[in-house]
Design a protein around this ligand. Structure first.
Ligand code: URA
Length: 190
């Protein structure tokens, strides 16, 4: 198994798809390596590309605020990353070929972290990690267990900024995430 240091070095040097040509920074991930809870978005946007950290724009601020309401912070108890580690131009959805080129880094991050709970942020991550016909409007907040890991998805924070009427749904999903954490990995809240 690789170490975090070796994995991150490999990822930062990656040139396996064309996103390498237009990126400013590779956005590897952020959070304690002991976190039992993992949040996964689709790919870096402009601010993330410039700063090299996931979810640092307006959407990221909203996400951090919402997660703080259920006692979660990236400094303390969750790890956050994306399906693709380099910014797709104009923030378009990452292509399947780009996802395929990059997903191995996520599998290795998950192998090292061994999360108990994985929360997909938006449809793209849910399609990739939960099931290929995932319907976010219908299925957000539902749980699926695979190999002892509990997966769910919530609306992407950028979507909530565009349509704040969906926030109550997300608050309900977050309360369910807090309950699931208390059930399967209560040490997160120690
Ligand atoms: N959107 C994402 O999916 N990921 C980020 O890191 C930022 C915005």
């Amino acid at each position: 198994m690789p170490s975090w240091v070796e994995l991150e070095r490999r990822c930062l040097d990656c040139r396996q798809c064309a996103l390498a040509d237009t990126r400013t920074n590779v956005v590897f991930g952020k959070g304690p390596k002991s976190a039992r809870v993992m949040f996964i978005g689709e790919g870096p946007g402009e601010n993330e590309d410039l700063q090299g950290e996931p979810f640092v724009g307006r959407g990221g601020q909203l996400l951090d605020e919402m997660l703080s309401l259920i006692g979660l912070s990236r400094e303390k108890n969750f790890y956050i990353t994306n399906i693709v580690k380099c910014r797709p131009p104009q923030n378009r959805d990452p292509l399947n070929t780009e996802q395929d080129a990059c997903i191995g880094y996520l599998w290795e991050q998950m192998e090292l972290l061994k999360p108990k709970i994985v929360v997909c942020l938006g449809r793209i991550a849910a399609l990739r990690l939960i099931k290929p016909n995932y319907r976010i409007t219908k299925e957000h907040g539902q749980w699926q267990e695979k190999d002892g890991v509990f997966y769910t998805a919530i609306y992407h924070p950028a979507f909530l900024l565009r349509d704040p009427t969906k926030k109550p749904d997300t608050f309900a999903d977050l309360r369910a995430i807090r309950a699931k954490i208390r059930q399967v990995c209560p040490e997160v809240y120690d």
